[in-house]
Write a protein that binds this ligand. Structure first.
Ligand code: DGJ
Length: 467
């Protein structure tokens, strides 16, 4: 029996279409196989990196844990007045916890300045290794308390080392006049080096005070505070800016010093009034494009000024913006994340602690907006006193994007050399408390949070991953 033509072509068509569909199926299977192999290879190629990264995520989440503390209950310090004075003036008015904190005979003071027995030492191996203990005495690799107050940190690409510059206050505390603030003579700017931000080696005094020449800006009877160093890629120089003042804080100037090496010695160049204005607490900031800026409290500390430095970082350019006018802020600490500038400031209460504020801006020249108190965890008093400390610097971390170290000073005005360091993790994210600017119902800025921890550490191997 012969097949009719129509049926034959139908069968041929069937065979042909069967062939086409099995070829397509084969192609798809092959593609699928290749994709699976590729995907597998890709996942395994990133295995090591992912383990490190997810470990970091777990560890960095720990840093954002809100650690609550009970409210403080202290017995007030003994009334140190004579019985006659007490009889004459009556019993002492209740003192605030800040007054107690400043009174070196009080329980509160002893609590916030724990003694040498609890000192943290990088030379003692053990459980405390690599852990930060805000407020506890912190020793260098020689076993001496670190003297780097009002400090700032430079990460030096040339040596792949961190350098911590700060005021050496290791002299007697006294009052120049009966009513003036506690002070220590200028000893100089100390420098410490570290690879891990925890083990610090003393590199010595890189800018010494002046012993004899009374007309010198750095004469010991003056004030040298808040030294900060940045590196100039064009001139290959390390440039230090600092607050220079007289004992009464009426000179209100900035000083500039320069060195060929991160570990000095620095040569002091001059002091000046930036843009002809008063300058007290200050900092400098080097942007990603190499432009550098100075930010200083001015006009009786009622406002901050921000302006670019010259290309060599040795002077200010003529241009300046007044920011946070009438807000009376000092101790500025500036940092940048994902193209936005952030700043932490304190109020102006001398050596006494007060509430910090976080600010944000799209351009460093402003406008700057205030987002509220960044301090998180602890208790109400810790948060309202910046954990009994004052901002000085915010350190970006090489291997960990979006995580910073907030550096603050816990001043001890009865013994300034015994002032402590409060270093805590700072992160950016979540809703701000006080957003001034909204866009389409969403706050413009994420929250800046400084998390309280009695004891904390950076994730293990945090520097390994340069993301
Ligand atoms: C507060 C400043 O932030 C410190 O650097 C220091 O100048 C004290 N005032 C002095 O009272």
């Amino acid at each position: 029996m012969t097949m009719p033509d129509a049926s034959r072509s139908a069968v041929m068509l069937g065979i042909f279409s069967g062939l086409v569909s099995s070829t397509a199926a084969l192609c798809w299977s092959l593609t699928g196989f290749v994709l699976i192999v590729y995907f597998y290879a890709y996942i395994h190629q990133n295995d090591k990196q992912d383990i490190v990264y997810s470990n970091h995520l777990v560890d960095t989440r720990k840093l954002e844990k809100v650690e609550e503390e009970e409210e403080f209950h202290f017995t007030p310090a003994k009334d140190r007045r004579s019985p006659r004075a007490i009889k004459r003036k009556g019993p002492r008015k209740p003192t605030s916890i800040i007054q107690e904190f400043l009174d070196d005979s009080s329980q509160v003071h002893a609590f916030f300045f724990p003694n040498k027995k609890t000192a943290i030492s990088p030379i003692k191996e053990g459980n405390d290794s690599m852990h930060f203990y805000p407020g506890q005495l912190w020793l260098d690799t020689d076993g001496n308390p670190i003297q780097a107050h009002g400090g700032g940190i430079l990460y030096d690409d040339n040596t792949e080392t961190y350098y911590w510059y700060g005021e050496n206050k290791d002299g007697p505390t006294y009052h120049a006049h009966e009513s003036s603030a506690a002070r220590v003579d200028i000893i100089g700017v100390n420098c410490y080096s570290s690879k891990d931000l925890w083990t610090w080696t003393n590199e010595g005094i890189v800018l010494p005070g002046e012993e004899t020449n009374v007309s010198h800006d750095l004469h010991k009877s003056n004030v040298l505070e808040r030294p900060k160093v940045i590196y100039n890629d064009k001139t290959d120089k390390y440039v230090m800016w600092m607050h220079i003042d007289d004992a009464n804080y009426t000179k209100a100037s900035v000083g500039v010093a320069v060195s060929d090496s991160a570990t000095g010695p620095f040569t002091f160049l001059y002091s000046m009034h930036p843009q002809g204005c008063e300058s007290r607490d200050m900092t400098i900031f080097k942007d990603d494009n190499g432009e550098a800026y100075i930010i200083y409290s001015s006009n009786d500390n009622s406002e901050l000024h921000v302006g670019p430095l010259t290309d060599d970082y040795l002077n200010v350019s003529g241009f300046m913006k007044r920011i946070l006018v009438g807000r009376h802020r000092e101790a500025p600490a500036l940092f940048k994340h994902q193209g936005i500038y952030y700043m932490i400031t304190s109020g102006c209460t001398g050596w006494a602690p007060n509430e910090a504020l976080a600010h944000a801006a799209e351009s460093i020249m402003g406008p700057w907006e205030t987002m509220g108190n960044p301090c998180t965890g602890g208790n109400r008093i810790l948060r309202s006193t910046t954990f009994f400390a004052q901002s000085t610097f915010v350190v970006p971390l090489q291997g960990l994007s979006g995580i910073f170290i907030f550096m603050a000073d816990r001043w001890n005005p009865s013994e300034l050399r015994d002032s402590r360091y409060v270093w805590l993790p700072l992160t950016i994210g979540g809703l701000p408390d006080e957003p001034l600017d909204y866009s389409f119902g969403f706050p413009h800025w994420p929250r800046v949070s400084i998390y309280w921890h009695q004891r904390w550490r950076l994730p293990e191997g945090w520097r390994a991953e340069e993301r």
